[in-house]
Design a protein around this ligand. Structure first.
Ligand SMILES: NC(=O)c1ccc[n+]([C@@H]2O[C@H](COP(=O)([O-])OP(=O)(O)OC[C@H]3O[C@@H](n4cnc5c(N)ncnc54)[C@H](O)[C@@H]3O)[C@@H](O)[C@H]2O)c1
Length: 384
């Protein structure tokens, strides 16, 4: 199969590696030839590291590399069966590229976007044949992260969806099909992990390290929310939250936190700037958490129930199936357990009473219990 990748940055080069590894002939295109050179050098480094670790041999390295051609004209992608665009997150620029691309490729070429935040329907509208357009959303780093969200727009044909799902499965990835709504599954359902933790901090209930400790210790999360925000970058994570908040017509559930905005504004971006919620300078010591089990339980329960509520509401609004929502959170952001399975474990009555308690305390719409949880509780149902 011939695959065209548009944009050779972080995501485009990772997706090219995935497709080439699975045996596709890939053409990786970028307007910036320096970006192409960088992508080529980066792949060489990655493959050498895989050789050092004994995961691949020299023959495999050559096979993968010979499957990728680096090109600087969009027209070169004319023989593609599938194109995946991973350029700058700008709707007008993406639409322009899609419009031009459609003039070069065959009628049955699938034209996909890796966008994180734009609507697939709006991108598809730039095409003469929007039925062939779909969202294929990888996570960073694409070669390592198992999950891919496949997002059909309202214009997308069933044939395009089925073919896309099959291709991604053939690339040995886990597919979750998501509705074309802001944040798809992961970037929507994960918001309370950050947002509720920031709120707990802002209320003065605990400091960053204690909140991180509580979620790792009681929840089994690999990284605490503040460690993760520092890892992702406070600028990037803040922008995702603000984009989701705006796209949901300012639903208070997704309201960004001033704490994070100020950190981003100050340049305290996290690991990449050497300082975020923690200090990453050489020799810096990490503060110690307050290891109080009662406090940890209170923090963990509050963040977990907000995550469960968000996952339940995504199911309620048919964003994805229960299986795909749980798959998305375990494979896309490495949660130790799917949130809906977690709800079953805790008990739906526990979830409803925790949400109602938060609502009683704050009287904020942010803490409204999902109608689905309430209904399931009345009917004594579980998710699985
Ligand atoms: N970085 C992530 O964690 C992540 C995760 C999932 C999805 N995404 C999405 O993937 C896309 C790319 O993100 P990224 O982080 O790889 O960006 P990036 O900045 O690393 O790379 C973008 C590349 O696109 C090139 N480019 C820009 N305009 C172009 C054009 N008109 N034609 C061809 N090439 C062009 C740039 O030269 C650059 O090399 C965005 O839509 C983003 O929302 C990013």
């Amino acid at each position: 199969m011939n695959v065209g990748i548009i944009g050779s940055g972080t995501m485009g080069s990772g997706i090219a590696q995935v497709a080439a590894t699975s045996g596709c002939k890939v053409k990786l295109y970028d307007t910036n030839t320096t970006a192409l050179d960088k992508a080529k050098a980066a792949l060489d480094k990655i493959l050498n590291r895989l050789i050092e670790k004994g995961r691949i041999d020299e023959v495999e390295k050559n096979r993968i590399q010979s499957n990728i051609e680096y090109v600087d004209s969009l027209k070169s992608l004319s023989d593609a069966n599938l194109t995946i665009e991973a350029i700058v997150e700008n709707l007008e620029i993406k639409k322009q590229v899609f419009f031009e691309l459609e003039g070069y490729v065959s009628d049955d070429c699938i034209i996909a976007s890796n966008t994180s935040s734009l609507s697939i329907a709006s991108i598809a509208s730039s095409l003469q044949n929007p039925e062939r357009c779909i969202g294929i959303h990888f996570f960073n780093p694409a070669p390592l992260m198992k999950l891919v969200e496949v997002v059909p727009a309202i214009q997308t044909s069933k044939g395009t969806l089925d073919k896309s799902v099959q291709i991604i499965i053939d690339w040995e990835k886990t597919v979750a099909v998501a509705k074309d709504t802001p944040g798809f599954i992961v970037n929507r359902v994960a918001r309370p992990f950050y947002g509720e933790s920031l709120r707990i901090y802002e209320e003065g209930i605990a400091d960053f390290v204690t909140i991180d400790w509580s979620l790792k210790e009681l929840g089994g999360f690999r990284m605490g929310p503040f460690e993760l925000m520092d890892f992702i970058g406070n600028d990037v994570n803040y922008t995702v939250t603000e984009t989701v908040f705006t796209a949901f017509y300012f639903d208070p559930r997704y309201k960004p936190a001033f704490t994070q905005k100020r950190f981003a504004e100050a340049g305290y971006l996290g690991r990449k700037s050497g300082k975020g919620y923690y200090d990453y300078d050489e020799g810096a010591t990490k503060p110690k958490p307050k290891e109080d089990n009662n406090l940890a339980q209170k923090i963990f329960d509050r963040v977990l129930v907000m995550l469960i509520n968000e996952a339940a509401d995504a199911l309620f609004l048919n964003i994805a199936s229960a299986e795909d929502i749980d798959k998305a959170m375990t494979k896309g952001v490495n949660y130790p357990k799917g949130l809906l399975a977690w709800a079953d474990d805790k008990g739906i009555d526990w979830c409803v009473s925790k949400m109602d308690k938060l609502y009683d305390e704050y009287h904020e719409d942010r803490y409204r219990c999902s109608p689905l949880l309430r209904k399931m509780n009345k009917e004594n149902k579980t998710f699985f």
